[in-house]
Design a protein around this ligand. Structure first.
Ligand SMILES: [Zn+2]
Length: 229
């Protein structure tokens, strides 16, 4: 099994450490800037509502969702779901996250190409992330060309997962860029408060970079093992 291959750790460990570091940075930045109240006391919900309305998206709803950091934009229902803290608090962290999610709604409305690619890939990724590695491993245990073929199909499926993680990067960076632009343009945050928004959103972006690095390194490892066979 490849889990006992020391080389696997060489591939998997650095991106995993990067991921853990990024997650701890998100938590600490979010915690820090959740405690800093905005000078104009606008809540995450109001900030999101304002951004959506100004962009002609008054049909996109803003709802409360359960769970910490459960904030997301639902493209099917055209709704923004914000976690309680983000929804309610007038903090720098709240408006940063709310504006980022509103940024995804703007991307959707404008047909932002990387978002379209990403959405189209979701069904493949859903079974590729579990089935890909399983097929790859089963293929290694089956002798002959059928086993080899199975491994490479597994690698192909997992390749889609890695590609998905890569396409996610421009989508996330762009949502944050839009968020910051509107927050400043609408006067929701001032220059000093923007630095806090930056800290929260940059840390969040780093978790996506780590996830992409993890997927790519895993893919490279699979390719290497399959070729060595
Ligand atoms: Zn996002």
């Amino acid at each position: 099994m490849f889990y006992f291959d020391p080389l696997y750790f060489l591939f998997a460990l650095p991106p995993m450490l990067l991921g853990l570091w990024a997650q701890s940075r998100v938590k600490s930045a979010f915690k820090k800037y959740s405690q800093v109240t905005l000078s104009n006391r606008i809540s995450g919900e109001r900030a999101a509502r304002l951004i959506l309305d100004r962009s002609g998206l008054d049909h996109v709803g803003v709802e409360r969702s359960r769970g910490m950091m459960s904030d997301h934009y639902d493209p099917l229902k055209r709704k923004l779901r914000l976690s309680e803290q983000v929804y309610e608090l007038p903090s720098i962290a709240s408006v940063g996250v709310a504006a980022h999610e509103a940024g995804h709604a703007l991307q959707h409305a404008q047909g932002y190409f990387p978002l379209q690619v990403r959405s189209a890939m979701v069904p493949v990724v859903q079974f590729g992330s579990s089935l890909g590695p399983i097929m790859f491993m089963i293929g290694l245990f089956i002798a002959g060309s059928f086993g080899t073929m199975l491994s490479w199909v597994g690698i192909g499926l997992f390749g889609a997962v890695a590609l998905f993680a890569l396409v996610t990067l421009p989508v996330e960076f762009d949502a944050s860029r839009r968020a910051k632009q509107v927050l400043v343009a609408e006067g929701i945050v001032d220059e000093r408060e923007l630095q806090g928004v930056d800290a929260v959103l940059d840390a969040a972006a780093l978790t996506y970079v780590a996830a992409a690095a993890q997927a790519i390194m895993q893919l490279l490892y699979f390719v290497m093992v399959a070729r060595r066979r």
